[in-house]
Design a binder for this molecule. Structure first.
Ligand SMILES: *Cc1c(COP(=O)(O)O)cnc(C)c1O
Length: 431
């Protein structure tokens, strides 16, 4: 599309947007004058769908009216509540229903997956991760490595961009996997990097890992609800994600977990067990020698009976994704971030003062190609980044600042408009 830079064009894009109506299904935070803020922070905490309150109220009311009998009530019984999320979540991540379960938090699920799929040996004990992985993942991985008696400084292998570049090249990653493969037990990558916004080539990374005899796992915290995923077809071994970022299910909401069918059905895979992962028919056996008998699906990794109030919010949110369809959301998202990149390109970041050009004030470090990015655009500020971020905040932009110098903004197709993108570009370039 040929973008124009005038305000009318932003309004034309909104008028032509088939998904524009979804914004009305969300609570949009406002300033003191009750004007909506430009909320570009869906990469950290997605906005509240209006339907969530009724969904949570329903379970609160049932609890008040029925107490323990809510576990077996006629409508959405708590005993099997997690099963209601299976199919919508599977559709969202391109999985078969029995490959997906909603449980725990992301980091807990990552540990549970590593218990099963990081089985280091004396020869093959390394974990390969991307540079600037999210801190929780690094803590999880380093402590798992130590738990197995290895030294994280030896066992943790980091894939870094080339000198002078901000993002990774798939071919470099493939070469690294070929070269180090015999020593790598697990390739654990983000789907979309939280810092740069780079979308990794998950099918190619998985294929390279498998060709070298490694397991391939993904942290999809920034990919689920953002980009289209085909976890089953890509042959990913396992994946984990949270539901409070692009999935709009509320702070600390229950997380997602994917286990490929060829593992999910294998009840002999070692794991940590709990009663909710056991066959429901024998879940309540009281004798001490009762063997753990896992459900032959991703459900077999559950430990606890889940927090229903949180699952109710996830369920309400996933209904919106089903109505909008992730393919349509992704198409809008590609257009939105392309428009944002275009506007930022038009305003030269290079300022000329008294005939001398001053250094570039900021640069976008997210890859420009839609196949290498999702919603998020990461802006590296060269000139007083904290001041720039403060002025964005003062002008009503909700973004995120990662010290020392990266501002991350994410126009989200479910609730952000093209006009907000246009205003953001105005504000950024005027400060
Ligand atoms: C947000 C995020 C997390 C957060 O972990 P929780 O267990 O949900 O607190 C972990 N990893 C990545 C990559 C993230 O983006």
């Amino acid at each position: 599309m040929n973008f124009r830079t005038d305000e009318d064009f932003a309004r034309e894009l909104d008028a032509a947007d088939p998904l524009a109506g979804f914004r009305a299904h969300f609570h949009i935070p406002t300033n003191e004058a009750a004007e909506p803020l430009i909320y570009f922070c869906g990469h950290s905490l997605g906005l509240q769908p209006k339907a969530v309150r009724a969904a949570v109220d329903q379970e609160l009311n049932d609890w008040a009216r029925m107490g323990v009998h809510g576990h077996f009530k006629d409508q959405s019984p708590w005993y099997s509540y997690h099963e209601l999320l299976r199919e919508p979540m599977a559709r969202l991540v391109g999985a078969q229903p029995h490959e997906v379960v909603v449980m725990n938090g992301l980091t807990v699920n990552l540990h549970l997956m590593m218990v099963s799929f990081y089985r280091p040996t004396a020869d093959r004990f390394k974990i390969l991760m991307e540079d600037s992985a999210f801190p929780s993942d690094t803590y999880a991985v380093r402590t798992q490595i130590r738990h197995h008696g290895f030294d994280p400084d030896q066992a943790l292998l980091i894939a870094r961009p080339r000198d002078g570049e901000h993002t990774l090249r798939t071919e470099d990653l493939e070469a690294l996997i070929r070269q180090e493969g015999p020593r790598i037990a697990l390739v654990l990558f983000g789907g979309v990097n939280y810092f740069t916004g780079q979308l990794f080539d998950m099918p190619r990374i998985t294929a390279a890992a498998h060709a070298a005899g490694c397991t391939a796992g993904f942290d999809l915290a920034h990919a689920a609800g953002n980009v289209e995923l085909r976890l089953h077809d890509w042959d990913v071994d396992f994946a984990v994600w949270c539901t409070y970022k692009y999935l709009n299910s509320g702070p600390g909401a229950v997380a997602g977990c994917f286990v490929h069918l060829r593992h999910a059905e294998n009840t002999h895979i070692p794991r940590f067990g709990g009663w909710w992962g056991n066959d429901p028919k024998t879940r309540f056996r009281m004798h001490l020698n009762a063997e753990f008998d896992p459900v032959p699906s991703a459900d077999g990794w559950q430990l606890c009976n889940p927090p229903i109030l949180s699952l109710a919010a996830v369920k309400a949110s996933l209904e919106i994704f089903d109505r909008a369809a992730i393919s349509a959301l992704r198409a809008k998202s590609e257009l939105q971030s392309a428009y944002l990149l275009h506007l930022l390109d038009q305003h030269p970041a290079q300022r000329t003062d008294r005939g001398h050009s001053t250094p570039v004030r900021y640069e976008v470090i997210t890859p420009p190609s839609p196949s290498h990015r999702g919603c998020q655009v990461s802006i590296l500020a060269h000139d007083r980044p904290d001041r720039l971020f403060k002025s964005l905040h003062a002008a009503g932009v909700v973004g995120d600042f990662r010290p020392p110098n990266v501002i991350r903004v994410a126009p989200v197709p479910l609730y952000n408009t093209f006009h907000e993108i246009w205003r953001f570009a105005q504000i950024l370039t005027a400060t």
